[in-house]
Write a new protein. Structure first.
Length: 248
């Protein structure tokens, strides 16, 4: 398996035509690098359109921690599975902020995802908007320890992904340096070993935050990076094609 290249479209594109254009750019990329593992995470409303294409994996950007019920605006794991979803992004910093999610809320969602045989992508990253030179290891540790506490009992053969996404790097055009990513990934691996009831050998680590066609080659060389979660650049067709081409 190559590194996983996960596209998080967030609340984009605005139209069905926009979806087709992005899917075409992915197909072009795959025609140049058929080994690439691509995961597309569209808004729920476009899951149907995305699922009619093949050659890549499909994920959702969130999910309810309940099976069903009077929960206006929520979407269940079963519903997204109907559209071929295999992956679910959980606890993206934007979602944490918008929905005021606690780490315990995040753990409940991880459990729901694993119970439904889906693969969670747990996003972690300290909340600071600016990088002042210090990595907030305590916050990262808390997000992992609480977010994944005891979930191993629900983990069959599924992998769990952690996406390390420093908030200051998201959408800023300033990716974290290779040295920071390497250091944080080492730290994450250590915390995973300490997380009660987790199958740590089944956890992979993605990096996210201003990844684009201009830096993906360099970032791919970092040891311990199993792939990338990409926002802004996943909405620009030429960049999409190029990133897929450059992925190893
Ligand atoms: P970005 O977003 O690539 O635009 O920095 C990444 C993310 O939010 O997942």
């Amino acid at each position: 398996m190559s590194k996983l290249l996960a596209f998080n479209w967030k609340m984009n594109p605005a139209t069905k035509e926009g979806v087709s254009i992005l899917l075409d750019s992915i197909k072009t990329g795959l025609s140049r690098n058929s080994e690439a593992d691509i995961l597309v995470c569209p808004p729920y409303i476009f899951l149907d359109r995305v699922s009619t294409s093949n050659g890549f994996l499909i994920g959702s950007q969130d999910v309810s921690n309940q099976d069903s019920g009077a929960l206006t605006g929520e979407i269940s794991a079963n519903m997204i599975k109907e559209f071929g979803c295999q992956y679910v992004i959980i606890g993206h910093s934007e979602t944490r902020e918008l929905r005021k999610l606690t780490n315990q809320d995040i753990q409940n969602k991880v459990r729901q995802v694993l119970l439904n045989d889906l693969v969670p992508i747990l996003c972690i990253g300290y909340a600071e908007q600016e990088f002042d030179g210090d990595i907030n290891f305590d916050e990262l540790k808390e997000q992992i320890l609480v977010g994944l506490n005891g979930v191993g009992e629900l983990q069959n053969d599924q992998e769990i992904y952690i996406a390390y996404e420093p908030v200051w790097a998201i959408g800023s055009g300033k990716s974290a340096s290779s040295a920071i990513i390497l250091q944080v990934n080492e730290f994450i691996k250590k915390v995973l070993q300490e997380t009660p009831g987790l199958k740590a050998d089944k956890v992979k680590i993605l990096y996210g935050g201003s990844v684009s066609d201009g830096n993906i080659e360099k970032l791919s060389k970092i040891e311990n990076v199993d792939g990338f979660l990409v926002g802004g650049a996943s909405l620009i067709p030429e960049k999409v094609t190029k990133m897929i081409e450059l992925l190893v």
